[in-house]
Design a protein around this ligand. Sequence first.
Ligand code: NAP
Length: 210
Amino acid sequence: MGVEYFDLFYSHRPDPETPLEETLGALDTIVKHGKALYAGVSSYTGAQFADSVRAVQQHDWAPITIHQPYYNLLHRTIEWDLLAQTERFGAGVIAFAPLASGLLTDKFLSGEIPSTSRAATIWPRRWVQSHSVEDRRRILTGLNEIARQRGQTLAQLAIAWVLRLPAITSALIGASSVRQLEDNVAALKNLRFSPDELNRIDALTLTEAR
Ligand SMILES: NC(=O)c1ccc[n+]([C@@H]2O[C@H](COP(=O)([O-])OP(=O)(O)OC[C@H]3O[C@@H](n4cnc5c(N)ncnc54)[C@H](OP(=O)(O)O)[C@@H]3O)[C@@H](O)[C@H]2O)c1
């Protein structure tokens, strides 16, 4: 990659065929050799994350400074599975795909999601497959209406909502144009949610996400 070291090096996801301590020991070696400043993990469950932190503490290995989970309005598992653990151990959380890979934008409000689109083929695939076109339209247009009332686009609402929790350090977005990037960064202008807004968002997404 043409760099002398990484600022942050992740274990991308747990490997069931490799003992956890072997993976964590490798991260420690990378940090101790100066190839990375910090170690992190991605897509570990809450239990796997807690086991990892305990193991590195026991061996005095490089700490797990951050977790990178999949988190957005349509996939809320980390709220009950992971965040209590990251808060307990003082680790940061950078949520990836806060726009559900493009689903939480104004492109799919009709509920029609082409089977070849990224949103239908990668991370949000299960949500797309388990909802009818009518349900998708109801949920996405409902969220879009809340965004409109807040003076935001759906993408801005989705990003602001992910950042609402103190446990979330940052959101890792993708963009295919400068315009999208500027639109998304403008989400920072309104990060506050009223209890009524949060309740309306929960009514549209919480049972869906469990
Ligand atoms: N740790 C992991 O396992 C893991 C897995 C996946 C991703 N990631 C990381 O997360 C990053 C983001 O993932 P992602 O790109 O799938 O998720 P995302 O941020 O949820 O979605 C980004 C996509 O949404 C669309 N978009 C963005 N802003 C928009 C706007 N303002 N208006 C309309 N459409 C907009 C674009 O799609 P179009 O290109 O179609 O316009 C863009 O490519 C990746 O770059 C990667 O670094 C990590």
